[in-house]
Design a protein. Structure first.
Length: 321
C-alpha cells in the first residue's frame, strides 16, 4: 500500500524538476541574449516573440494531446496552409469574415477527423496516416491555386493576427486561453484522464471500459482544429493565403511538446511544459535572428534542439522500444 503514494510523489517531483529546469534554461537564455544584443530586452521584441510563439504554441496544444496518447500528427503544417488558402479564396469571392473563420475551423476539424478515422477504423499506423495526409492536404493547396499565393484584401480579417487588446497581441491572448483550456481539460476532466490512461496502457484502458478508439479519434480531431486556429492567425498576420504556409510546423510543435516533458511513448507530460518548450524555441529563433546568425545555422540549432528534446525523452524512459 505504501508503494503507490511514493511512486506518485516521485512523479510529481519529476514533473516539477522538468519544468523548473526548463524555466531556469529559459531565464538563462534571456540573460544571454540580453547581453549579446542591445535590441533583445525590450517590450517590442518580446511582443515579436509572443507573436512568433503563438502559431507554434497553438499547434502544439493539439500535438501534445496526440503525443500523450502515444500518437503522432505530421499533417498539422499542411492543415495550416489548407485553411489559409480556403479562407483567402472565400474572402476574395466576397464571403464575410465570420463565415470564413467558421469554414476554416470546420476544415481543420474535418482534416483531423479524417486522420483519426484512418487510424482508428482502418488501423493504419499514425505515422503513415499523417505523413500521407500531410502530402494530400499540401498538394490540394498547390493544385487549387497553381502554387500561387492568394492576397487577402479584407482589412477586418487582420484582427486575429495584428490587433492588440490592452497592449497584448490578440494572437497571444488566443494562445494563452487555449493553454488554460487544455490545462483544465487534461487535469480535471474524464476525457483528460482517459487520454493519459490510453497513452500509458491502451490495452488496460480497453479492458477497463474506455473506448480507446473514440478517445484517439477525438484527439486527432482536436489536433486538426488547433491547427486550423493557427492557420487563421497566420493568414491574418501575413494577409495572404500561402500554399507553403506552416512548412516544418509539425516538427516545431513536436519539439516543443517533447522538450516540455511530453513522452513520445505516451502517458507522460503536461501542457505547461509544452508552453515553456514553445517559448524556448521561439526565443532561440528570435535571439539568433537579432545576432544576424544566418538562417542555415538557425536550422542546425533548431535541429539540435529537437535531437536534444528526443534524447531527454529517452533518458526519461519514453524513447523507442
Amino acid at each position: 500500500m505504501s508503494v503507490k503514494p511514493a511512486a506518485a510523489g516521485n512523479r510529481r517531483k519529476l514533473k516539477f524538476t522538468t519544468e523548473l529546469t526548463l524555466l531556469i534554461a529559459y531565464v538563462a537564455m534571456i540573460i544571454a541574449f540580453s547581453i549579446l544584443s542591445p535590441y533583445f530586452l525590450s517590450i517590442r521584441n518580446f511582443m515579436n516573440i509572443g507573436l512568433s510563439a503563438s502559431i507554434t504554441g497553438i499547434t502544439a496544444t493539439g500535438m501534445t494531446l496526440v503525443l500523450l496518447m502515444g500518437g503522432l500528427d505530421l499533417s498539422v503544417g499542411s492543415i495550416i496552409a489548407l485553411v489559409g488558402i480556403i479562407m483567402a479564396v472565400l474572402m476574395k469571392g466576397g464571403t464575410s469574415v465570420p463565415a470564413v473563420v467558421l469554414v476554416g475551423l470546420v476544415v481543420g476539424l474535418i482534416s483531423g477527423l479524417i486522420n483519426g478515422l484512418f487510424i482508428t477504423k482502418v488501423k493504419i499506423n499514425p505515422l503513415i496516416t499523417t505523413l500521407s495526409t500531410m502530402a494530400i492536404y499540401r498538394g490540394i493547396t498547390f493544385v487549387s491555386t497553381d502554387g500561387l499565393s492568394v492576397l487577402i484584401s479584407n482589412k477586418s480579417f487582420s484582427f486575429f493576427g495584428r490587433s492588440f487588446i490592452l497592449g497584448i497581441p490578440v494572437a497571444v491572448i488566443i494562445m494563452l486561453i487555449l493553454y488554460v483550456f487544455f490545462a483544465y481539460l487534461l487535469r480535471y476532466t474524464k476525457f483528460g484522464r482517459k487520454v493519459y490512461a490510453v497513452g500509458g496502457n491502451p490495452e488496460a484502458s480497453r479492458l477497463s471500459g474506455i473506448n480507446v478508439d473514440r478517445i484517439r479519434l477525438m484527439a486527432y480531431t482536436i489536433s486538426g482544429l488547433t491547427a486550423a486556429v493557427s492557420g487563421i492567425i497566420l493568414a491574418s498576420q501575413t494577409g495572404t493565403g500561402l500554399p507553403n504556409a506552416g512548412t516544418g510546423m509539425e516538427l516545431n510543435a513536436i519539439a516543443a511538446a517533447i522538450l516540455g516533458g511530453t513522452s513520445l511513448a505516451g502517458g507522460k507530460g503536461n501542457i505547461a511544459g509544452t508552453l515553456l518548450g514553445v517559448l524556448i524555441l521561439s526565443t532561440l529563433s528570435n535571439g539568433l535572428t537579432l545576432l544576424n546568425v544566418p538562417s542555415f545555422y538557425q536550422m542546425i540549432a533548431q535541429g539540435a534542439v529537437l535531437l536534444i528534446a528526443v534524447t531527454l525523452d529517452v533518458i526519461r524512459g519514453g524513447g523507442y522500444k
